[in-house]
Design a protein around this ligand. Structure first.
Ligand SMILES: [Zn+2]
Length: 450
């Protein structure tokens, strides 16, 4: 059976991920993401009003025109998890394919909300839920199957899809870290990865998440970030002024830790900001997390400002607002607070906890610098970097290579410089660039079996 891989997006950048795998007559698309930094640069554009081709030209969504060179029918669009660089272009591109979107329940719910929020493109693909550990048949040949393997990442319900073909398995490895003690959900299913490496024809190809490929050692478990956060918040137990925290809204495990520790130090947590309400509300509704029944979540500006007023009236020392704005995004809640645009007054000595790291990208770095300066000017004390990455460092990559023993490797989710550490690691394990390590660019086809 012919096996061909189209590296469509996310092979020159971190963002707008999209990869297609053809096995005989059947094609499966993995991820359809947005490049957020391209959207941030064009601050005033409303992407929901733009045409797909304009968004492609702007570098915001994957340039999927290469798909017409793949001879086969798209049978499924498979987003691996709910981050926007993996699902953000579905509402703008999926309507071009007559195929269902297959994902885990939390991811499907986020895809559904995104499609509903952007009706312009008329995306009407069927939405199919499949859990980690399950398998479905692809196409009519009876020879190709799609399996979801549970992985751990900075969002719940993440999987690595595996396409089983007569030539071996194609494992799509985006995005994960190797977490054996995640705060929410199951540990990464390494046992299954090892089995896939051994069974049948083994692994034909491994497409790897190289976000942290140049970082040595091991990415710590979410449990480490949780203990760090506990230490920071418990140290503030006797402070009788304002404490504000921010983190990735989609990072439900982290939000859960913040909520718990706020309660532990005698403060009422409250989630503020549109995306805080969206992700945590969705996770709670789908029973992925058990928040206290009186936990307030407010998204609309009016209800947020009303909550801030209430906090000011009742006393800042009794509350812990958990807000959007960890990257200093201009319209996010923390940035509005820093500019003095909300009823919440920051005073000398008030604490601001960033349970996040700045995404190393110039737009973010500039915005975050500004937000922090503004907070500092109001007297706030900043606690930074209480975080662990959602992506594996080199020792995770080493462990995965040993588990899967792939014949071919395609590094992804980085630019050339970012991939280099992974290529070096693979070469030290006996692979060779150009022979079985395929460093690609956006818009290339790689023929693995013909
Ligand atoms: Zn991700």
């Amino acid at each position: 059976m012919e096996i061909e891989i189209a590296t469509i997006g996310g092979y020159e950048e971190v963002g707008r991920q999209m990869t297609a795998v053809r096995a005989g007559d059947d094609v499966v698309i993995f991820d359809m993401g947005l490049n957020l930094s391209q959207v941030l640069i064009h601050d005033n554009v409303e992407t929901e009003r733009m045409h797909s081709l304009d968004l492609i030209d702007m570098g915001a969504i994957p340039d999927d025109r290469i798909m017409s060179d793949l001879e086969g029918d798209v049978q499924a669009i498979v987003p691996t998890h709910g981050h926007l660089d993996h699902i953000g272009a579905i509402s703008k591109l999926a309507h071009r394919y007559d195929a269902p979107i297959v994902a885990t329940p939390f991811t499907i719910e986020l895809v559904k909300q995104q499609i509903e929020g952007e009706q312009k493109f008329g995306v009407e693909n069927d939405l199919i839920k499949m859990d980690a550990g399950e398998t479905m048949s692809i196409g009519d040949s009876g020879k190709v199957d799609l399996e979801f393997v549970n992985v751990t990442h900075s969002i719940i319900d993440a999987i690595n899809p595996v396409l089983h073909t007569p030539e071996g398995a194609v494992v799509y490895g985006l995005d994960k870290r190797m977490d054996h003690t995640p705060v929410l959900g199951d540990p990464i299913d390494m046992e299954r990865f090892r089995e896939i490496g051994r069974e049948g024809n083994g692994v034909l190809c491994y497409i790897e998440d190289c976000t942290n490929a140049n970082k040595k050692g091991r990415t710590p478990s979410e449990n480490v970030a949780r203990e760090h956060l506990r230490d920071v918040l418990y140290s503030m137990e006797d402070y009788d002024g304002g404490i504000v925290a921010t983190t990735f809204s989609s990072h439900i495990a982290r939000v859960k830790s913040l909520v718990e520790f706020a309660n532990d130090i005698g403060r009422q947590p409250v989630l503020l900001g549109r995306s805080m309400e969206k992700y945590s509300g969705t996770a709670e509704r789908l029973d992925f997390v058990d928040f206290p029944s009186d936990l307030g979540m407010f998204g609309h500006r009016k209800s947020v400002d009303r909550t801030f007023k209430r906090i000011m009236n009742e006393g800042k020392e009794d509350f812990l607002p958990i807000v959007t704005g960890h990257q200093g995004e201009p319209r996010a809640m923390l940035t509005r607070m820093a500019r003095g645009e909300t009823p919440y007054q920051l005073d000398d000595g008030d604490k601001v906890v960033f349970s996040a790291r700045v995404i190393p990208e110039p737009t973010n770095e500039g915005q975050r610098y500004q937000a922090e300066k503004l907070l500092g000017m109001q007297g706030a004390r900043v606690y930074d970097d209480i975080h662990v990455s959602g992506h594996m460092n080199q020792e995770g990559h080493y462990t995965m290579l040993n588990a899967l023993q792939p014949q071919h490797i395609i590094p992804a989710h980085q630019d050339l410089k970012g991939l280099s550490g992974y290529v070096n690691l693979c070469e030290s394990e006996g692979y060779k660039m150009g022979r079985d390590i395929h460093v690609s660019r956006n818009g290339n086809l790689i023929q693995l079996v013909d």
